[in-house]
Design a protein around this ligand. Structure first.
Ligand SMILES: Nc1ncnc2c1ncn2[C@@H]1O[C@H](COP(=O)(O)OP(=O)(O)OP(=O)(O)O)[C@@H](O)[C@H]1O
Ligand SMILES: [Mg+2]
Length: 627
């Protein structure tokens, strides 16, 4: 699918690609991995022609469509659903051409629209948006009503919907919650064409990718299998290289000893000469000490505080309107390691603000020590960085009393290489920015660290380094992350933010992933029955130029949903009628209990049927609205 041949690329005082060659099989799902700052995003820019190649070639089949997600998404007045639909350029242009086409061409256009299943496009788009966390009501809201992060999700939805021949995604889970990440994993697995995904998420790499492309030392190495298998293969390769190195070293030493015996006469003796030539021909042996990432520095708090760090009793918190979180009853001690779960919008960040002291309770009580120092890391800090700032400037403001060389050595300790300290924020890679901020948040040895998605952007080895640092850190931790393995390894208690409250979650991460997926399944409308319905026949060409697209399938979906909803409501009403009879309870408690269970099941059916009906209705309206 994608052929890269002898790619060499030098920029910003460094060689990024050195005769790199790789060929991606058609329809492969390829995870692109490598250290922070190694040039992964740069490779995408080269493929997308946003940067000029040094030398070599990047080849794609003729007419192959490439798709990627831009970092910026304008806050347009266009509704979400339409934004996503517009990404399918062929469908959009076919629909547009209906207005101007000659009557004799209309038949062809309709035939093609049916071929590409155009009348189901709105429901396909809606399904993707639902998977990424949008509600039905959101579909009609304009882009401008959503924050940058949510607009990124729309852009991701649009690129999945357009289904290009080569899909390029740069760390897509960074702007998703666990729920969205799980959905995306499943979606990428089934992606119908080739996808190349930059990711530091072990789960995503393992569950959705069938190849791993490793960028290291300017070379691209393709491995078959997921991340686990990649790690095994690399370890084995290193072991073999090490064995080879030892062997060659021994040979070299042996020959050198032979040459040395000739001493000063070596240059004359033919035997010695030939040995010297052989030594020169031995392959170079690099020392394969796996290069380690810089550790994180999370200094532990110096002075203990009397327990608890924080106590909340019946506390409500919000922003003036209706409280976001109500009746919080929680306490936090210095040895607590809390994993905070919940979908985006459930109030996790509001809780973080409350604990960090950036928000106050509206009612109820919050008790906290006045000496409590909190370090709070969150994504907005990265987004809020001034693109013209440099690491050296940032640290100068944080440590005004120190000398320039002390600041430089602090940055080196943070793992920022010497040449990076003067690089502007705009030109730092995502991982470099995250590393800088994470270290700075912890600089003052806080009693409590609140880490809100700390691993976004960090490469896999840096994540491990962060885990090590967290294990050594002696303060309390509140962790919010979609990185399941980190959560499992750090948190020893889970709290769940949901339905306007925060409660302890009874179970582990596996239980939570199951809980999330089950809920998503219940909420998911089931459009599968609809796809099996026969496609509408091509409408007679000229007489109806106002109809833009065949709506038959969508209409039948609405009718089927209506009928199903009717059946479900009737069934529920019948159970309700029996339940209102007090005699049932008095005479036959077992039957009453059974009825109760059946009522719950019937209610679930009604909810599902209602959701499907709404979705079908909306899909149908979207089709007919613009005609
Ligand atoms: N315009 C630029 N000027 C100077 N340096 C740059 C510029 N653009 C990128 N760099 C540097 O090139 C290196 C590679 O950047 P790139 O964004 O490709 O890394 P990456 O592999 O995607 O890393 P990450 O995993 O952190 O996202 C980084 O060290 C970055 O600071
Ligand atoms: Mg990158």
């Amino acid at each position: 699918m994608l052929q890269i041949k002898d790619l060499t690329f030098d920029a910003w005082g460094r060689r990024f690609f050195d005769q790199a060659t790789v060929s991606l099989p058609k329809d492969a799902k390829v995870g692109l991995v490598g250290r922070n700052g190694v040039g992964k995003s740069t490779l995408f820019k080269l493929i997308l022609n946003q940067l000029a190649l040094g030398s070599g070639e990047i080849g794609l089949p003729k007419a192959a469509r490439i798709g990627s997600v831009d970092q910026e998404h304008p806050a347009t007045p266009i509704p979400l659903l339409e934004t996503v639909l517009a990404a399918d350029i062929e469908r959009a242009s076919l629909l547009a051409s209906l207005d101007t086409a000659e009557p004799e061409d209309l038949g062809d256009i309709y035939t093609r629209l049916i071929e590409i299943d155009a009348d189901r496009a709105p429901s396909r788009a809606a399904e993707i948006l639902a998977g990424l966390g949008f509600s039905n009501a959101d579909l009609a809201r304009p882009m401008a009503e959503f924050s940058g992060g949510w607009r990124m999700r729309v852009a991701l939805a649009a690129s999945l919907f357009a289904a290009p021949d080569l899909l390029l995604l740069d760390e897509p889970t960074n702007y998703l919650d666990l729920e969205g990440a799980l959905w995306l994993e499943a979606r990428l697995q089934k992606y119908p064409h080739t996808a190349m995904v930059i990711s530091h998420d072990r789960e995503l790499l393992d569950n959705s990718m069938d190849h791993i492309l490793h960028l290291k030392d300017g070379k691209l190495d393709l491995y078959t299998g997921g991340y686990d298998s990649f790690e095994r293969q690399v370890t084995e390769k290193l072991r073999l290289q090490e064995a080879m190195r030892t062997k060659i070293e021994a040979k070299r030493a042996h020959m050198q000893a032979f040459v040395d015996r000739f001493g000063a006469k070596a240059s004359k003796a033919t035997q010695a000469q030939s040995r010297l030539k052989m030594i020169a021909k031995l392959p170079p042996v690099s020392n394969i000490i796996e290069d380690r990432v810089a550790p994180f520095t999370l200094p532990s708090p110096e002075r203990p505080l009397p327990p608890p760090l924080i106590r909340l009793e019946g506390a409500d918190v919000g922003y003036g309107g209706a409280p976001i979180l109500r009746k919080l009853n929680l306490r936090l001690d210095i040895d607590d390691r809390i994993g905070l779960l919940g979908v985006n919008g459930a109030g996790k960040s509001t809780f973080a603000k409350l604990v960090a002291g950036a928000l106050d309770v509206e009612s109820g009580t919050l008790v906290r020590s006045s000496r409590l120092k909190v370090g709070w890391f969150h994504q907005h800090q990265i987004e809020a960085m001034d693109p013209t700032d440099t690491p050296l400037e940032i640290i100068r403001r944080a440590m005004p009393q120190t000398s320039e060389s002390q600041r430089r050595s602090k940055l080196a300790q943070f793992g920022l290489s010497y040449e990076k300290v003067d690089t502007t924020v705009a030109n730092l890679s995502g991982g470099e920015r995250a590393r800088l901020l994470l270290n700075m948040v912890a600089m003052e040895a806080p009693h409590l660290l609140i880490l809100d998605e700390p691993t976004n952007h960090l490469d896999i080895d840096s994540r491990r380094a962060l885990l090590d640092a967290l294990n050594d850190y002696e303060g309390a931790v509140i962790l919010i992350t979609h990185d399941r393995s980190l959560m499992e390894l750090v948190a020893d208690r889970l709290w769940l933010a949901a339905d306007g409250g925060i409660e302890p979650f009874d179970g582990d991460m596996e239980d939570y992933a199951k809980f999330v997926l089950d809920r998503a399944r219940v909420a998911a409308r089931a459009p599968s029955q609809v796809t099996e319905a026969p496609v509408a026949p091509p409408p007679p060409p000229p007489p109806a130029p106002r109809i833009k697209v065949p709506t038959g399938t969508a209409r039948r979906r609405v009718e089927a949903a209506e009928a199903a909803l009717g059946r479900a409501t009737t069934a529920l009403a019948q159970i309700d009628a029996q339940l209102t009879d007090p005699a049932v309870f008095a005479k036959d408690p077992a039957k009453a209990a059974d009825l109760g269970r059946r009522r719950a099941a019937a209610q679930t059916t009604v909810d599902g049927a209602e959701a499907e009906w709404l979705a079908a209705q909306e899909a149908y309206e979207a089709l007919t609205a613009d005609s």
